[in-house]
Design a protein around this ligand. Structure first.
Ligand SMILES: [Zn+2]
Length: 240
């Protein structure tokens, strides 16, 4: 059993028809889904699943990906195996996640390019996002400089490309090694790459916008010391 991950094929698909292939309690598995189950710092999608020509509709209140299957937790009695359903994600929420996720990759690329510093973690929230860096010195001047460089990259409208590479090929790319690609489980043969062409390259399972201009712009709202050589930056999108 395997779910076709439509969010990986095209992050702009917000709705799909699919068939129920398994039911476990209040969770259902579909043969295909547009719901991003969460991971890599990106929050899981929200939305609805409807069936019988939309006579029945349930909210998707949680998502879980277990091996190759995405499980959707419903808040009502689930449809039975074989039922054709329509899955619809909350597009405003998802698009905001996509913009925020790409913003973090821009930030990551800028900090690497300007300071040669690695990311140690990151998390997105509905209204903000944070990223941790192995950086010793982060003063006011540097914060403003980073913010300015990120917004210049947004304006420069770099294309964002998503593709897969065979494991050996991916492991040979120096830019990917810095993002701890070596931590990928050994059974993964194909590595999904998200590239902001000319700026950043990462092994990534999330959803992104197509061009950096879609991010709109960012503001660094907060910084925190997370140890001597670990700093946290919090950002918001300019229109949030
Ligand atoms: Zn990412």
């Amino acid at each position: 059993m395997k779910t076709k991950l439509l969010y990986h094929e095209n992050s702009f698909t917000y709705e799909c028809t699919a068939r129920v292939v398994a039911v476990e309690g209040d969770e259902i598995a579909l043969d295909a889904t547009v719901f991003y189950p969460g991971g890599g710092g990106q929050m899981a999608d929200r939305g609805t699943i409807s069936w019988d020509d939309r006579c029945y509709q349930s909210n998707v209140i949680a998502l879980n990906k277990r091996s190759d299957v995405v499980w959707h937790t419903l808040d009502c009695i689930p449809p039975s195996v074989g039922t054709e359903v329509v899955g619809t994600i909350d597009w405003d929420f998802r698009y905001q996640m996509m913009r925020t996720h790409t913003a973090l990759h821009i930030l990551c690329g800028i900090i690497w390019r300007e300071f040669g510093v690695q990311v140690t973690g990151g998390q997105m929230y509905p209204d903000r996002a944070r990223m941790d860096f192995a950086m010793e010195n982060l003063d006011r001047e540097r914060i403003r400089y980073i913010e300015q460089k990120v917004n210049e990259a947004v304006e420069a409208d770099y294309p964002v490309r998503v593709y897969t590479l065979p494991r050996e090929k991916a492991f040979a790319i120096p830019d990917l090694i810095r993002t701890k690609i070596n931590l990928l489980p050994p059974e993964i043969e194909e590595v999904r790459i998200v590239e902001i062409v000319g700026l950043d390259l990462q092994a990534d399972g999330g959803t992104h916008v197509n061009h950096t201009k879609e991010v709109g712009g960012i503001k660094i709202t907060k910084t925190e010391n997370k140890g001597r050589i670990n700093k946290r930056l919090e950002i918001v999108l300019l229109d949030m």
